[in-house]
Design a protein around this ligand. Structure first.
Ligand SMILES: Nc1nc2c(ncn2[C@@H]2O[C@H](COP(=O)(O)OP(=O)(O)O)[C@@H](O)[C@H]2O)c(=O)[nH]1
Ligand SMILES: [Mg+2]
Length: 289
């Protein structure tokens, strides 16, 4: 994370979101489609309580679409509306206002029944750092971004951004912390590039990456790096390291004595994975929960 989170920061972040919740009708909870578990705030249900919510799986262009579909079904089963988007190109982003209104259908109907002209639905985007909150806000705002301004009845300083005619968003998203206590979460977020590499050991991150990759996408890994010996036992660390060494040898990452330079190999694996050279990859599936 570019931001260091301490208990004081978490309390403040939580309070800030709770203050904003009073102003809005619906929360747009942004998750990374590749790591919906690890990119989720551990206290989100407690923070949002019964506020209507739309889960948006962002960066779906980088995730494997079959797994993304499984996630959408899994969230639906828990009663959460869920949609996958790519904010960098805008794919399916325009479905967000439509889905938000559908979730708030009853509220809108009540307003109409009372003779109130229904106003635009008000939303807040929340998510951990680097999940794509700013990118999505800019996407949703499109050309209308210049049309923001203060509205009566809104806390001073808060700006509403129009996302079409039916949705307006608070201009500052709610920033949440990820689930730090779980080391695996740290590694998975590092694999996606959400956490700066410097805070974790590159070889350790690559080890975790290879472990997930060979389990879920062996054929792709084998083809990309020209290797053909899958690990005999996925849970055997020596076997995972052996695969990393095979990759290193194929890429000429050797040091004196013919040993494999694991640090250099790790850098290559992570770079190529993040650059999408291994295709679309999901590091977490619903059955991992
Ligand atoms: N491939 C891809 N990249 C994305 C997407 N959304 C955001 N990004 C990239 O993710 C990085 C973090 O995005 P940003 O909006 O700054 O995240 P924030 O910290 O949540 O505001 C940037 O490099 C974005 O270009 C997406 O849907 N697909
Ligand atoms: Mg941002």
């Amino acid at each position: 994370m570019t931001i260091q989170w301490f208990p004081g920061h978490m309390t403040r972040a939580r309070r800030q979101i709770q203050d904003k919740l009073k102003l809005i009708d619906i929360v747009i909870e942004l998750l990374d489609a590749r790591v919906p578990i690890s990119s989720r705030n551990p206290m989100i249900d407690e923070i949002l309580r019964d506020k209507p919510r739309l889960i948006v799986l962002n960066k779906s262009d980088l995730a494997d679409s079959r797994t993304t579909e499984q996630w959408i079904a899994a969230f639906a089963e828990e009663g959460h509306a869920c949609l996958a988007v790519d904010s960098s190109t805008g794919t399916r982003v325009n479905e967000i206002p439509v889905r938000a209104r559908a979730i708030l259908h009853a509220m809108i109907e009540r307003q109409i029944a009372k003779g109130i002209n229904p106003r635009a639905v008000r939303g807040l985007i929340v998510g951990i750092p680097n999940v794509g909150k700013s990118t999505l806000i800019n996407r949703l705002a499109g050309r209308n971004i210049a049309a923001t301004g203060d509205r009566p009845g809104v806390t001073k300083g808060q700006q509403w951004i129009k996302a079409g005619t039916e949705l307006e968003l608070l201009d500052t998203p709610g920033i949440l912390w990820p689930k730090f206590e779980d080391q695996l979460v740290g590694y998975r977020l590092a694999m996606t590039g959400a956490i700066r590499e410097q805070v974790l050991n590159v070889e350790d991150i690559a080890f975790f990456a290879v472990k997930v990759l060979v389990k879920r996408y062996w054929a792709t890994v084998a083809e990309r790096f020209g290797i053909d010996q899958p690990p005999k036992d996925m849970e055997d660390a020596d076997e995972i390291i052996r695969v990393m060494e095979d990759i290193g040898r194929k890429r000429g990452c050797l040091v004196s004595g013919g040993r494999v330079d694991l640090e250099k190999t790790s850098g290559i694996i992570l770079r190529e994975m993040r650059a999408g050279k291994l295709g679309r990859i999901s590091l977490e599936a619903p059955e991992d929960r």
